[in-house]
Write a protein that binds this ligand. Structure first.
Ligand code: HEC
Ligand code: HEC
Length: 91
C-alpha cells in the first residue's frame, strides 16, 4: 500500500474518486433513461407480454416503429409505460 504522505495528496485522490463516481453514475443513468417511454395509446394499455410487443414492433409494423435493437426478454425493464402492470417475460 502506497502511503499518502501529505494532505494535498489525499485531497487529490478524493477528488479523482469523486470524478469516477460521477462519471459511472452519469453513464448508468443515461443507459436507463435512453429508451423512449411507451405512449399512452390503446395498444400499450393493459398487461402486455414481450411476444405481444414483438407482434406489432417486428412482424407487422403498420404505424408502429420497428424495434431498432435485438429482441430482449423484458421490454418494460427499459421502456416504462403509463399503465403496464406486470411486465411478463418469455416469447
Ligand atoms: C397493437 C400494437 C402494439 C403493441 C402490442 C405494442 N405497441 Fe408499441 N407502438 C405501437 C404504435 C402504433 C406506436 C406508434 C405510436 C405513435 O407514434 O404515436 C408504438 C410506439 C412504441 C414506441 C415508441 C415510443 C416513442 O415515443 O417513440 C415504443 C418504444 C414502443 N411502442 C414499445 C412497445 C413495447 C415495449 C410494447 C410491449 C409492452 C409495445 N410497444 C406494444 C403499437 C403497438
Ligand atoms: C436494455 C434496454 C432495452 C430493452 C430491454 C428494450 N429496449 Fe427498446 N429501445 C431501447 C433504447 C435505448 C432505444 C432507443 C434506441 C435509439 O434511439 O437508437 C429503444 C428503442 C425502441 C423502439 C423504437 C422507438 C422509436 O421511437 O423509434 C422500439 C419500437 C422498441 N425499442 C421496442 C422494444 C421492444 C418490443 C422490446 C422488448 C422485446 C424492447 N424494446 C426492449 C432500450 C431497450
Amino acid at each position: 500500500m502506497a502511503e499518502k504522505k501529505n494532505k494535498g495528496q489525499k485531497t487529490f485522490f478524493r477528488f479523482m474518486a469523486l470524478i469516477g463516481v460521477v462519471t459511472v453514475g452519469t453513464i448508468v443513468y443515461g443507459f436507463l433513461t435512453a429508451a423512449p417511454a411507451l405512449r399512452p395509446i390503446p395498444a400499450h394499455l393493459g398487461p402486455l407480454s414481450t411476444s405481444t410487443c414483438l407482434k406489432c414492433h417486428v412482424e407487422s409494423p403498420s404505424g408502429a416503429p420497428i424495434m431498432p435493437h435485438r429482441p430482449m426478454t423484458d421490454c418494460t425493464f427499459c421502456h416504462k409505460g403509463p399503465e403496464l402492470p406486470t411486465p411478463q417475460t418469455g416469447y
